[in-house]
Ligand binder design. Structure first.
Ligand code: NAD
Length: 330
C-alpha cells in the first residue's frame, strides 16, 4: 500500500518512517501544501494525508477521486479546511487526528499569565537593559474571574489547569460537561461576557461561532478584559478587535491563531512582503501577544498527529473504517 503525505515537516519524518516500517507500507513525502497544481503527486496512492493549511476544496477532492484516491486524513483536530460536503458527495472518506489536549491547554494558561503580568513588555525591556517597573504592574490569577467558552477536550483541560490558581471559573457550552460542572459554573454566554476578567475561546470554527467576538459581544464585556484565542482566528472580527484595543476597552489580547494565517504561519517569511495588514498592525500594540499557531506543538502531540494520520488511512483500507472518521452534518 502506498500513501502520500502532504505538508510534511522535518520533525514528522521520523514518526512517518517508523509507521511505514511497522505497517509495511510506502509513504511518499511532499513538503508543499496539497493544491490543484500538485494533486497529481498522489497518483497510485490508496490515501492522502494533510495538515491544516492545505485547502482541500471540491476541485482538489474531484481530482483526488479521479486519481482513484478514496481516503483522506488530516493530521489536525480542526477540519474546516476540508470541503466535507464535497467529500461525501464524491465518496471520499475523511478522518481527523485526536491528540491529547494538554499542550494547547498548558499554552492557553501561559498566554493568560503572560497577558496578566505584561510579560511581552517586560521581556522587550530586559533585552535593552531597561529594568524599570513603570507600566508593568500585573494582577493575580486568584483575583480573576475566568470565562471558558467551549468546554470540550481543550476547554475542560484548561479548567483543570486553572483549578489550582484559586480563580473563579465560568463556563459556556451548548453541552454541559459533568466533569467541568464540578470545577466551574456554567452560565449563559452573555453572563460570561459580563462577569469575566479573562475570556478564553475553545470552540471550533462553525457558522454559529464565526466572528462571535465582534463589537456587540465586546460591548458586553468588562472594561480592560483580557481575551485569549488558541482556537481559530475567524472566531474574532479583527476590525472590531483593533477598535476595542485602540479605545482601551480590551486590556490585553493573546492570539495563537489569526484570520488568513495560511501561507504565513509555520513558514520563514522574513524576506517576503506579507500581505496581511491587520496582522502587522495588531502585533505592534504593547498589550497584544501573537504566536504562530504553536499551542499544539509538542513532541507528544506531533507523534500522535502523524500516527492518527497514517493509522486511519491504513484502517480505512484494511478494515473499512477509522476510529476518527468525520461525517458531513448539513
Ligand atoms: P472539542 O470538539 O472537544 O470541543 C469543542 C467544544 O465546543 C464542544 O464541547 C462543543 O459542544 C462546543 N461548541 C461547539 N459549538 C459551540 C457553540 N456555538 N457555542 C458554544 N460551544 C460550542 O474540540 P477541542 O479539541 O477542545 O478543540 C477546540 C478547538 O481548538 C478546535 O476546534 C480547534 O479549532 C482548536 N485547536 C487549536 C490548536 C492550536 O494549536 N492553537 C490545536 C488544537 C485545536
Amino acid at each position: 500500500m502506498k500513501l502520500t503525505a502532504f505538508e510534511v515537516r522535518e520533525d514528522e519524518v521520523k514518526v512517518f518512517a517508523m509507521l511505514a516500517s511497522q505497517y509495511g507500507i510506502e509513504i511518499a513525502y511532499v513538503q508543499q501544501l496539497l493544491s490543484p497544481e500538485n494533486v497529481d503527486l498522489a497518483e497510485g496512492s490508496a490515501g492522502v494525508t494533510v495538515l491544516g493549511f492545505s485547502q482541500v476544496s471540491r476541485e482538489v477532492l474531484s481530482q483526488l477521486k479521479a486519481l482513484g484516491v478514496s481516503f483522506l486524513s488530516t493530521r489536525t483536530i480542526g477540519y474546516n479546511h476540508i470541503d466535507l460536503a464535497a467529500a461525501t458527495e464524491l465518496g471520499i472518506r475523511v478522518s481527523n487526528a485526536n491528540y491529547g489536549p494538554h499542550g494547547v491547554a498548558d499554552y492557553t494558561v501561559m498566554l493568560m499569565l503572560m497577558s496578566l503580568r505584561k510579560y511581552k513588555q517586560a521581556l522587550f525591556r530586559a533585552n535593552v537593559n531597561d529594568y524599570s517597573l513603570n507600566g508593568l504592574q500585573g494582577r493575580e490569577m486568584k483575583d480573576m474571574t475566568i470565562g471558558i467558552v467551549g468546554t470540550g477536550k481543550i476547554g475542560s483541560k484548561v479548567i483543570d489547569n486553572l483549578s489550582g490558581f484559586g480563580s473563579r471559573i465560568l463556563a459556556y457550552d451548548t453541552i454541559v460537561n459533568e466533569h467541568v460542572s464540578r470545577k466551574a459554573e456554567y452560565v449563559s454566554l452573555d453572563e460570561l461576557y459580563r462577569q469575566s476578567d479573562i475570556i478564553s475561546l475553545h470552540v471550533p470554527l462553525f457558522e454559529s461561532t464565526a466572528q462571535m467576538i465582534n463589537k456587540e459581544s465586546i460591548a458586553k464585556m468588562k472594561d480592560g478584559v483580557i481575551l485569549v484565542n488558541c482556537a481559530r482566528g475567524e472566531l474574532m472580527n479583527i476590525t472590531d478587535l483593533i477598535s476595542a484595543i485602540e479605545h482601551e476597552k480590551i486590556g490585553a489580547l493573546a492570539l495563537d491563531v489569526f484570520e488568513k494565517e495560511e501561507g504565513i504561519y509555520h513558514f520563514d517569511r522574513r524576506t517576503d512582503i506579507i500581505k496581511n495588514r491587520d496582522m502587522a498592525y495588531i502585533r505592534q500594540f504593547p498589550n497584544v501577544i501573537m504566536t504562530q499557531h504553536i499551542a499544539f506543538y509538542t513532541d507528544t502531540a506531533v507523534g500522535d498527529m502523524v500516527s492518527f494520520g497514517v493509522k486511519s488511512l491504513v484502517s480505512f483500507v484494511q478494515e473499512g473504517r477509522a476510529e476518527t472518521e468525520i461525517f458531513f452534518r448539513p
